[in-house]
Design a protein around this ligand. Structure first.
Ligand code: SF4
Length: 325
């Protein structure tokens, strides 16, 4: 499968104020991530809140410039495509359908807005396309002239999906698209996204803290921890035989969406570390039940293992061993 989007050594840092009389600190939200997103796949990205997945999503969408590294789309650096060029090919679906829809616009006007901004079609052609896409996401055409406040949460998320698809993008970046919805509605939206992916041949990046959801929809999964990818594998492999101790902990637990709450029910003890003051060596070492002597001083590299990759000294025994001596 060829790569649609490639991220190389992507970093993003922010200067964070510590208060009036304290110096500013640097937060490395994304720290040296390299990823290929293959045409037609659903790449799941999982990790606790605060691990950098939403920052990564905004960079993949071209909404946030990286501090370092580069992103290419079909071989072209996205900086040369610009916001407009990117929006034609890469579209987002965000978590909160309440805040992402303009309450003063009708549903038809919200969905047609990207076509209008990009100068695509006549008014009549845009209306026709809007009604077609509403139909595709399972909304009756009579909803076209209603306002967001008249719709349920699930219906609003269908509108957000319609708005993302109206431009016929190749890649859709879904950032926690079901998290704000009632449990009963979540599976409907998930199934809709899967149906649309198959029918339209879309490629998805699907970001979630919910492992069950990711297992259901993703073909490959990247696990993030403190701004890094620590494991990347085919979904079936990752859930059947995880290699990284953090992935194993995630699979043994239920993630909470709250940063600082850490991983409950795993017996790891310590909460999520302070991203402004990350541990030296392997960033997971203070919580890792399998840590080696070198883990506190030497950061593991991401080791490629046939189709998968893992960043752990256990998978790369020679690397970092000298750091303990
Ligand atoms: Fe645990 Fe060491 Fe592997 Fe980090 S490198 S996950 S501390 S064993």
């Amino acid at each position: 499968m060829t790569a649609l989007l490639e991220a190389r050594d992507l970093t993003r840092s922010f200067e964070v104020s510590q208060g009036m009389f304290k110096s500013r600190r640097t937060l490395h939200a994304v720290n040296g991530i390299s990823l290929d997103i293959r045409k037609g796949e659903v790449l799941g990205i999982v990790g606790e809140s605060g691990c950098g997945k939403s920052t990564l999503a905004r960079m993949l969408l071209g909404l946030l410039p990286p501090t370092g590294g580069a992103i290419t789309l079909d071989g072209t650096d996205i900086r040369s495509l610009g916001r407009i060029g990117m929006a034609r090919r890469v579209q987002p679906v965000f978590q909160d359908p309440y805040s992402s829809l303009n309450p003063r616009r009708t549903i038809a006007s919200i969905v047609a807005l990207p076509l209008e901004v990009h100068g695509i079609g006549t008014v009549a052609e845009r209306r026709k396309r809007t009604l077609e896409i509403l139909d595709k996401v399972g909304l009756p055409q009579r909803f076209a002239d209603r306002y967001p406040r008249e719709l349920s949460g699930g219906q609003r998320q269908r509108v957000a999906i319609a708005r993302a698809l109206v431009m016929k993008p190749e890649l859709v970046v879904c950032d926690e698209p079901t998290s704000a919805l009632d449990v009963s509605v979540q599976s409907q939206i998930l199934n809709l996204l899967m149906d649309l992916q198959r029918e339209l041949g879309l490629t998805y990046v699907f970001i979630s803290h919910n492992l069950a959801v990711v297992e259901h929809i993703a073909t490959r999964v990247a696990v993030m921890y403190l701004g890094r990818v620590v494991e990347l594998a085919e979904t079936e492999t990752l859930f059947r035989a995880p290699r990284h101790p953090y992935t194993k902990a995630l699979l043994a637990s239920v993630l909470t969406p709250e940063p600082g709450q850490g991983i409950p029910e795993t017996g790891l003890g310590l909460a999520f570390p302070d991203p402004l003051n990350p541990p030296p060596g392997c960033p997971f070492h203070p919580r890792c039940p399998a840590r080696l002597p070198q883990c506190g001083t030497a950061e593991p590299r991401l080791v490629r293992l046939e189709r998968d990759a893992v960043a752990c000294h256990l998978a790369d025994p020679g690397h970092g061993a000298s750091a303990q001596s």
